[in-house]
Design a protein. Structure first.
Length: 421
């Protein structure tokens, strides 16, 4: 492919009001949101969407920077026009099979059980957990890619669980005790993927305030700040991948991804019906909307989807089976992403597949409605679909970064809240 020279696209800063861009560079669509930052919420005032070419992305990762920059610019311009403002501070989502999100538990004995836990001690422990998680993620990625020297970077971190002498606390600061156990969630991505996103952001003249693992952003999108009893499985089916996140008692336990998304179904429909990819995509969307008129077309779509949905479901089963740290899987499944529009997805998940997994009872499956996303308020009336949840989730993450400077700062700040009060 010929190398295009990408010119830097200039964006101006506005008045004193704080604005935020959420940029979800998906395999199928670039989705851009512009939000006005209010006290503890983001008001979405601009929305833009641009279809990507088949060669721009592969399974959630950028493969053609110049192509992606063009698409992002177009989505951003639509959003800017609607918003009437230009925003520079941006949260970008990172996805794909090489984004790894796991939780690590560290247990340690304090030498002086009488002394109270202070911020300094906590910070040291968090650093240790992160070092350990980093090494593990690097090893996994080195093994999966066959590259021993792979460069890896942490993208998100969050506290899942803290216990002192077996007693669960939300904030360890100020407590006494001997045995401390801290569970931290960390998401890592290969530097080459992060670098590609940074390059895209740079060419768009955006100021990237955070690159967030998309399943983490989705997992944080519902349930609120202090909902320590909220548990759910999140499934985001995009064009290229299915992302799964497990939230247990308010904490993100881990994320998994596999490379089956809406495009796989379209490809199969194209083969079965003997039509082009674009025609098959149209048939699929019409089928979901109940608008596919011909019986023959309907039968072709159903035959094609039937075959692939089984493979997709075993992908879900395998992924959930890897969450070995929890005793039970939550009986609540929340769906988002364009690919979940296929009726067979809901049907498949409502079947009895769950019996081979440690579910306490049959899971209830439903779509996430845009109105359910924490702290993100749509003022445009355009965010109506479950495919809008991921960019909204990114805007929610952006709010934390804007309010506190960085996500790990926000984590420490949350923990120290009671100390300051
Ligand atoms: N109503 C629908 N029924 C079935 N499939 C749909 C529907 N709407 C969208 N899709 C499919 O969803 C996919 C696009 O979803 P989405 O916009 O969430 O993907 P993306 O974020 O660009 O991709 P990814 O997350 O994999 O990088 C396409 O494959 C499209 O065919
Ligand atoms: Mg997506």
């Amino acid at each position: 492919m010929a190398l295009k020279v990408v010119d830097k696209i200039r964006r101006k800063q506005n008045d004193h009001q704080t604005y935020l861009v959420a940029l979800d560079i998906g395999t199928e669509f670039v989705k851009a949101l512009i939000g006005r930052v209010a006290e503890n919420s983001v008001e979405i005032i601009g929305v833009g969407r641009q279809h990507q070419r088949l060669t721009d992305m592969q399974s959630g990762a950028v493969t053609d920077i110049a192509g992606v920059v063009d698409n992002c610019d177009s989505a951003l311009r639509q959003a800017e026009e609607m918003a009437g403002v230009v925003a520079k501070d941006a949260v970008m989502g990172i996805a794909g099979e090489l984004v790894k999100g796991t939780s690590t538990t560290i247990k340690y004995k304090r030498t002086d059980a009488q002394s109270r836990i202070e911020m300094k001690e906590l910070k040291q422990i968090l650093d240790r957990v992160q070092d350990r998680a980093f090494e593990r993620a690097r090893e996994t990625l080195a093994w999966e890619t066959g590259q021993q020297e792979i460069d890896v970077k942490m993208v998100n971190t969050a506290i899942v669980d803290v216990q002192i002498d077996g007693y669960r606390v939300t904030n360890p600061i100020g407590f006494q005790g001997r045995d401390v156990s801290i569970q931290l969630f960390n998401a890592f991505a290969p530097m080459v993927h992060i670098g590609a996103l940074q390059q895209v952001g740079n060419n768009l003249d955006l100021n990237i305030i955070n690159i967030a693992a998309e399943p983490f952003a989705v997992a944080k999108s519902v349930g609120g700040e202090d909902s320590s009893d909220f548990s759910a499985i999140f499934i985001d089916i995009g064009g290229g991948t299915t992302d799964i996140a497990l939230v247990d008692n308010g904490g993100v336990e881990g994320t998994k991804m596999f490379g089956i998304g809406g495009r796989a179904f379209t490809k199969r429909i194209a083969t079965v019906a003997g039509v082009s990819f674009d025609q098959a995509e149209e048939m699929k969307l019409d089928y979901s909307a109940g608008k596919l008129a011909h019986v023959k077309d309907k039968a072709a779509v159903e035959e094609a989807v039937e075959a692939d949905i089984k493979v997709w479901l075993s992908g879900v089963e395998l992924s959930l089976g890897e969450f070995t740290k929890v005793d039970h899987l939550p009986a609540k499944i929340l769906l988002c992403g364009g690919g979940t529009g296929l009726p067979q997805v809901l049907q498949a998940l409502k079947g009895d597949w769950y019996k081979s997994l440690p579910f306490a009872r049959k899971p209830i499956v439903s779509h996430i409605d845009p109105s359910m996303v924490s702290r993100v308020v749509d003022k445009t009336g355009k965010l109506t679909s479950f495919a809008d949840i991921t960019p909204m989730g990114l805007a929610n993450i952006g709010l934390d970064v804007i309010n506190t400077g960085s996500l790990s700062d926000s984590m420490l700040q949350k923990l120290s809240k009671t100390l300051q009060n």
